[in-house]
Design a binder for this molecule. Structure first.
Ligand SMILES: NC(=O)c1ccc[n+]([C@@H]2O[C@H](COP(=O)([O-])OP(=O)(O)OC[C@H]3O[C@@H](n4cnc5c(N)ncnc54)[C@H](O)[C@@H]3O)[C@@H](O)[C@H]2O)c1
Length: 256
C-alpha cells in the first residue's frame, strides 16, 4: 500500500494546486504580484487584494480567469469581510498571503506618532484582520496555510526604521501564536523574512545606499521577487505540509 507521502513524491512535476483559492494582499505589484503569478501558474485561483486598483486590475487581466482583483485595504475590517466572501464564491479558500505593507524608514526619535500608528494599522493590524477573516472558511474546508510577510528587520535590530521593524517583529510573534491556536484545525501559519528584494518598496534608495546595503549581504546581490514567491508557494502547498510556526529567511544571508 502506498503512503500519502509516496504518492505525493510521485506527483512531482504536476501542478501544486487544483483550483483552491488563495488570497494575496498587496498583490498589485512587487513580491505580491510575483506570488500571485506563480500561484496561478501552479493551478490556484488567486484573489489579489490591494489599494492600487488600476495596477491590480491590469495584473488580474493579464493572468486570466483564475486571477481576480478586489479592492482591499488590509487595515479595514469590512474590506476583509467582503474580500473573503468574494474569494469563497470562487471555491475553497485554502491560502492567505499577508504580503501588503508600508515602509517609511525613520529612526526612533524622528518617528511621529501618526507614522508609528500608520505602520501598526497596515503591517500589524492588517495581518491580524486577515488571519481572523479567513480562518472560518479554512476551518470549514478542513484546513489551510497562511504565510505572513515579515522581513529580515523582524529577525534582528534594524537601524533607521523603527516603526517598520516594530511591526515586522510583531508579525513574527503573531505567526507563532496563531500557529499554536490554529494547528489543531489543520491551519499552518509561517512567517517569511526577505532581505533586500528588488521591488518598488525600496526603489527610493540611491545607488550608494544600495551599495552599502549589499555589502552586508553574503550573497552580494538583491533578491528577485520571484525568488521569494517560490518559498511562499511552497509553504502554501502540500509540499510544506509539516511546517508551521516557522520563520523562514529568504535573504541572501543578510540576517546571519
Ligand atoms: N522589498 C524588500 O526589500 C522587502 C524586504 C523585506 C520585507 N519586505 C516585505 O515584503 C512584502 C512585500 O513588499 P514589496 O517589496 O513587494 O513592497 P511594494 O511596496 O512593492 O508592494 C506592497 C504592496 O502593498 C500594497 N499596500 C500598501 N498598503 C496597503 C493597504 N493598506 N491595503 C492593501 N494593500 C496595501 C501596495 O499598494 C503594494 O501593492 C511587504 O510585507 C514588505 O514589508 C520587503
Amino acid at each position: 500500500m502506498q503512503t500519502d507521502r509516496e504518492t505525493d513524491m510521485r506527483g512531482r512535476g504536476t501542478p501544486l494546486f487544483d483550483g483552491e483559492v488563495i488570497v494575496v494582499t498587496g498583490g498589485a505589484r512587487g513580491m505580491g504580484a510575483a506570488e500571485a503569478r506563480l500561484a496561478v501558474a501552479e493551478g490556484a485561483t488567486v484573489v489579489i487584494g490591494d489599494i492600487l486598483d488600476e495596477a491590480g486590475e491590469a495584473l488580474a487581466d493579464e493572468l486570466g480567469p483564475r486571477c481576480r482583483y478586489r479592492h482591499l485595504d488590509v487595515s479595514v475590517e469590512a474590506d476583509w469581510a467582503a474580500a473573503v466572501e468574494f474569494a469563497s464564491s470562487l471555491g475553497q479558500v485554502s491560502g492567505l498571503v499577508n504580503n501588503a505593507a508600508i515602509y517609511v524608514p525613520q529612526p526612533l526619535m524622528d518617528t511621529p506618532v501618526e507614522m508609528f500608528e500608520r505602520h501598526l494599522r497596515v503591517n500589524q493590524l492588517g495581518c491580524f484582520l486577515g488571519m481572523r477573516a479567513v480562518v472560518p472558511a479554512m476551518k470549514a474546508g478542513g484546513g489551510g496555510s497562511i504565510v505572513n510577510l515579515s522581513s529580515s528587520a523582524g529577525l534582528r535590530g534594524s537601524p533607521g526604521s523603527f516603526a517598520y521593524s516594530a511591526t515586522k517583529w510583531a508579525v513574527r510573534g503573531m505567526t507563532k501564536s496563531a500557529a499554536m491556536d490554529l494547528g489543531p484545525h489543520g491551519i499552518r501559519v509561517n512567517s517569511l523574512h526577505p532581505g533586500p528584494i528588488d521591488t518598488p518598496m525600496i526603489a527610493f534608495r540611491t545607488e550608494e545606499q544600495m551599495r552599502q546595503r549589499l555589502a552586508k549581504v553574503p550573497l552580494g546581490r538583491m533578491g528577485g521577487p520571484e525568488e521569494v514567491a517560490e518559498m511562499v508557494v511552497f509553504l502554501l502547498s502540500r509540499r510544506g505540509a509539516y511546517i508551521t510556526g516557522a520563520e523562514i529567511a529568504v535573504d541572501g544571508g543578510v540576517s546571519l
